[in-house]
Design a protein around this ligand. Structure first.
Ligand code: NAG
Ligand code: NAG
Length: 302
């Protein structure tokens, strides 16, 4: 008695669908992201290796501490969370974790930037706290009223100071700068901690409403000049600008999981480049599409 033939066609269609879904590029195949936490990431910043500018890449990463992604600037002294970036003014604001504010005061190690990095101090006011002496070279006594303001914060006791301490242990350094090592030498100035103020807000005597942070400006190097035009059209086509070793040449990283040397809308004109250098998703899914069909043909022959 002959058995009816197995329902091979529905089986093949199922397998086909499963493999097609499995090989469809998803967002997770894209290595570069256009946001990190709440910060919009555009060139020259990048979220990981190969993303953004190769000049920025050694210093900038997007890390996840489990709940929250954070953009970090790494320097020889520490890692500093970036709280905002202005692409129009080429500035950013850092909040060093060991910096004091009106609500949290603590002893701090030196703040530092790498001298060879594309980042420099912008207009910030440093206030050195709990100092053994007032350095005559950096302290501007005409700003002592800012010392009186920050010393009105009850948290000063965390620095070992009494409430409303005398302002001769406080030093306003404005505009603040870094020394020859690229550091704000808190220890060298015989101080316990520091705060950095980006803006005094509406009321300079109310330290609870100051904007705390260190403002930096960043510069575009030689790499940027010839890449800027390509990058602008890459970003406006929905791509993310990046670079590829060994020459760190420009690549436009597209959402579909492929890279081009131009922009994401010119994918079709640009296929020669793709087929030569990277396996495009189309090529690999074709391979996957054929294998179940071949398997099916073989099965039906057995
Ligand atoms: C696309 O470029 C990025 C950044 O350089 C790289 O990490 C990724 O591996 C590239 N993807 C492909 C498919 O080559
Ligand atoms: C992650 O970072 C956020 C913001 O800095 C912080 O509030 C939170 O406690 C961190 N979580 C962990 C698990 O470290």
């Amino acid at each position: 008695m002959a058995l009816p033939p197995p329902p091979l066609l529905p089986f093949l269609i199922n397998l086909f669908m499963i493999l097609l879904l499995a090989s469809t590029p998803t967002a997770s195949t894209t290595v570069c992201h256009d946001t990190c936490g709440s910060i919009q990431i555009k060139y020259p910043f990048g979220t990981g290796p190969g993303c953004g500018s190769p000049l920025f890449n050694p210093y900038i990463t997007c890390i996840s501490n489990g709940t929250l992604d954070q953009l970090i600037l790494k320097t020889h002294t520490s890692s500093y969370p970036i709280t905002s970036i202005s692409y129009t003014t080429s500035t950013l604001i850092l909040t060093p974790p060991c910096m004091s504010t009106c609500t949290t005061m603590q002893t701090s190690s030196n703040f530092g930037l790498d001298l060879t990095s594309p980042f420099q101090i912008s207009s910030s006011t440093f206030i050195l706290l709990s100092c053994q002496r007032k350095s005559s070279t950096i302290c501007d006594t005409s700003f002592d009223y800012l010392c009186a303001s920050i010393y009105s914060c009850p948290e000063v006791v965390s620095l070992g100071l009494p409430l409303f301490p005398p302002t001769n242990t406080c030093c306003v350094y404005t505009p603040g700068n870094l020394d020859g090592e690229g550091e704000l030498n808190v220890k060298g100035y015989d101080c316990g901690g520091y705060t950095s103020v980006v803006s005094l807000g509406d009321n300079p005597t109310d330290p609870t409403h100051w904007v705390y942070g260190v403002a930096l400006k960043y510069t575009h190097g030689a790499f940027d000049n010839f890449v800027t035009t390509k990058c602008t059209s890459c970003e406006s086509s929905g791509g993310i600008c990046g670079f590829a070793p060994p020459g760190n040449g420009f690549v436009c990283v597209c959402k579909g999981g492929y890279n081009t040397s131009l922009d994401c809308s010119s994918y079709n004109q640009n296929q020669d480049f793709l087929w030569d250098s990277v396996p495009p998703p189309l090529k690999s899914s074709l391979g996957n599409v054929w294998s179940p069909i071949l398997a099916g043909i073989i099965l039906s022959l057995v």
